[in-house]
Design a protein around this ligand. Structure first.
Ligand code: BGC
Length: 269
């Protein structure tokens, strides 16, 4: 792969003020894309850091505060992007969160917050991206496709997760959103895929790795024997967004160190 396979392309990464989203935004910028770094909550400094690192790599970058679960804020985010960059070639639906509780203690607010950010947010952003991809069509000097959507899902789109029914339901929803959308827009030469991270070392799962005991317990679930890093996801994102993956659509790429391999069955069953 060329070091800058995304040269000339315009990307939007949601939830890019921290963790996986920040790493993906920086990697897309380093691969040559100009990037809108969407952020929300208390991650303004992380978004600014991403902007600076993308600019240092020679690409353009702007930060934009928006809650992806708000129709009006997503519209403003896209209006800003089209104003500054004229179009969009790559959407990375990354913004997501957890609000964990046993179901008999889970509030409707916790359920709604997770579904509206993790699932409805991906719908709202994909809807506007597809509109622009269809309007513009393929520009062969830029990419062989008319647009790419990457949904950041989770191993929990297939692995049930007790104590996290809102989160697992949102990711199961992302799986069928991604596949149904991929089927719908393939005739327009638009590619839609998911990356399904396993345990990646970020703030969202700090409790699972911050003590040696927690880390060694976590690693019983990871056959490859290490926790993932945001860069593991970012490198997969660059490839999936590039024309090297031009024939890949409607697929979930698990980047999980083997978490999906039922490690509890090794030597058992
Ligand atoms: C969750 C993490 C968890 C990982 C593996 C991710 O989708 O956000 O908290 O560590 O799945 O269970």
């Amino acid at each position: 792969m060329s070091p800058t396979p995304l040269r000339g392309q315009k990307a939007l990464v949601t939830g890019a003020g921290s963790g996986i989203g920040q790493a993906v935004a920086i990697a897309l910028g380093q691969a040559g894309a100009d990037v809108v770094v969407n952020y929300y909550g208390d991650t303004a400094a992380g978004a600014q850091e991403a902007v600076e690192r993308i600019q240092a790599a020679g690409s353009l970058a702007i930060a934009h505060l928006a809650d992806v679960s708000s129709e009006q804020q997503v519209q403003s985010l896209f209006d800003h992007m089209l104003d500054v960059f004229s179009t969009i070639d790559i959407l990375v639906n990354n913004a997501g969160l957890q609000q964990d509780a046993p179901i008999d203690q889970m509030t409707l607010a916790q359920w709604n917050r997770v579904i509206s950010t993790n699932l409805t947010g991906q719908f709202l952003c994909s809807r506007l991206a597809v509109g622009e991809f269809k309007r513009r069509g393929v520009v062969p000097s830029v990419s062989s496709s008319a647009g790419k959507i990457l949904c950041i899902s989770s191993v929990h789109e297939v692995i049930p997760w007790a104590g996290h029914v809102n989160y697992a339901a949102s990711k199961g929803g992302v799986m069928m959103l991604m596949k149904s959308l991929a089927q719908e827009v393939a005739p327009f030469k638009i590619r839609v895929n998911s990356i399904c991270p396993g345990a990646i070392q970020t703030a969202i799962n700090r409790a699972s790795w911050e003590t040696p005991e927690a880390m060694s317990h976590l690693l019983t679930l990871v056959p490859y024997g290490r926790i993932g890093q945001p860069g593991d996801i970012a490198r997969a994102a660059v490839w999936l967004a590039s024309d090297d993956a031009d024939y890949v659509t409607g697929t979930s790429l698990f980047v999980d160190g083997g978490m999906l391999l039922y490690p509890g069955f090794a030597g058992n069953g």
